[in-house]
Every structure is written in structure tokens, then in C-alpha cells.
Design a protein around this ligand. Sequence first.
Ligand code: NDP
Length: 253
Amino acid sequence: MAVCYTERMKHTALVTGSSRGIGAGIARRFAEEGHRVAIHYREREAEARALYTELSESGCSVMLVCGDITDEAQAGEIVSRVRETFGFIDVLVNNAGIALPTQLVTDTSLADWRRVMDSNVTGMFLVTNAALPEMVSQKRGTIVNISSMWGVTGGSCEVAYSASKAAVIGYTKSLAKEVAPSGIRVNCIAPGFILTDMARCFPEDVVAGICEETPLLRAGTPADVAAAVLFLASEESSFITGQVLCVDGGRCI
Ligand code: NDP
């Protein structure tokens, strides 16, 4: 069970896609550090609610918010609901995303291409556009986007996914320049292989092979990513913006 600090709350963080996997790990870590956390989900209400119950019973300040980030109205509603409950959103973590089954690019349908771009790029754009005006007017706030090592290196048979995650990096760098004069920092994390539902679709021997190819010889955990997000959202990184931090056990070296 999580152990939470009881001192005054520090920040409000909205973590998209925190019903499970990496997002749940980020939400848990922020809550344990004493931040107010909006746990966001789309379909997996039971999992999101279980995390909410676990954290709130430990004394953490958390709320639940549902919505499809690819829908402009719902993206706006997610941000509005968090503000109504917790006030100003200090930290936005754009984590929600999907992967496609590994396939040749010529086997990727237009519908799949659009789905992955909508989920991984357009959703981030919509949620950020809903949250950003208030950050700009208050001249504070931090955004952390979750890309992928495939967005850095490119991945064979992962062309659509890699392109979407490279777009997250381009978006991060451009937005960082645009809003830096307003005192807002924007960075991204490029995780390597992290054991979540998204990664569990691979057979055991493939997972073992990936671990062997990783200099640190293991898969990552949501907690590994959460620690890096916490750093990029904190004052400890106050002179860092527009950067891509690879949390990948050395795979991108
Ligand atoms: P999971 O599949 O475990 O979880 C995905 C999360 O995103 C869920 O909470 C899901 O909500 C949410 N989500 C997906 N689409 C939407 C949508 N349209 N609207 C709202 N919420 C949505 O993924 P991971 O935890 O593994 O991945 C999290 C992020 O990290 C993704 O961006 C992924 O690309 C990235 N990443 C993951 C890696 C890995 O190895 N796992 C490696 C590199 C990057 P719900 O469950 O409620 O439907």
C-alpha cells in the first residue's frame, strides 16, 4: 500500500491514461510525493477506480476523470473537471497512447494509421490546448510528454507508431520554444521496453531477447518512468526544457 506524505499538498498533476501501466505508475508516484493527482482513464474504469481507492485510502489527494482524448470536447471536459476539483493544473503528463501490432508499413491500413496518430499525437495536442491558456496566463506550469525510444531511433515494423512518437518529440521541442517565455517547460520521456499491458503482448522468448539487447539487461518498470517524469516536473529541472530523456536501460546509446 502506498505511503503518503501528510504535509501540505504541492502541485496538481493530470496524468492522461493512468488507469494502468506507465500512467498508473506516474500517478502513484506523484500522489505518494504529496501532489494532487487526477487519474484519467477512457475505458478501464475498474482499474482506474482501484488505483483511486488504493491511493485515497492511503491519504493521498486524488480524483478520477474519464474521457477520450481524441475527441476535442472530451479533452476540454477532462481539463475543466480537474480544474473544478483541484484548481490550477501545474503538471500535465501526456501519457495516454496506443501501439499497433508489429506489421510491415504496407500492411498498415489507413484506419490504423489514423488511429495511432489520433491517439498518440492529436490527443496530446487537444489536452494540451485545453490546459495551456491558463498556464500561459499564470506564467507557470510543466508539461511532460511520453514518447518512445522508437520515436528516437525508428523501429522496423513499427513505422506508424514510431512516426507518431517522433511527432511527440517534434511537438515537445517546438512547444518548449513557444512557451518558454511564459515560464512553462515542456519535455518528453522516451521509454524503452517497459513491462505493461502494451508490452505483455510479446511472447516470453521475445521479451527475453529484448532484455538481452538492453545494456542494463532488464525490462523497465512504470516506476522507472515515473521517477524521470517526477524529475522533469520538479524544480530540480528548472533550467531544462525541450529535451528528450531516454528511460530505456541504455538501448538508445
Ligand atoms: P497501456 O496500454 O498499458 O495503457 C494505455 C493508457 O492510455 C490507458 O490508461 C488507456 O486508457 C489510455 N488511452 C489510450 N487511448 C486513449 C484515448 N484515446 N483516450 C484516453 N485514454 C486513452 O500503455 P503503457 O502504459 O504501456 O504506455 C503508456 C505510454 O507510454 C503510451 O504513450 C506508450 O506509447 C508509451 N510507451 C510505452 C512503452 C512500453 O514498453 N510499454 C514504451 C515506450 C513508450 P483505458 O485503459 O482506460 O482505455
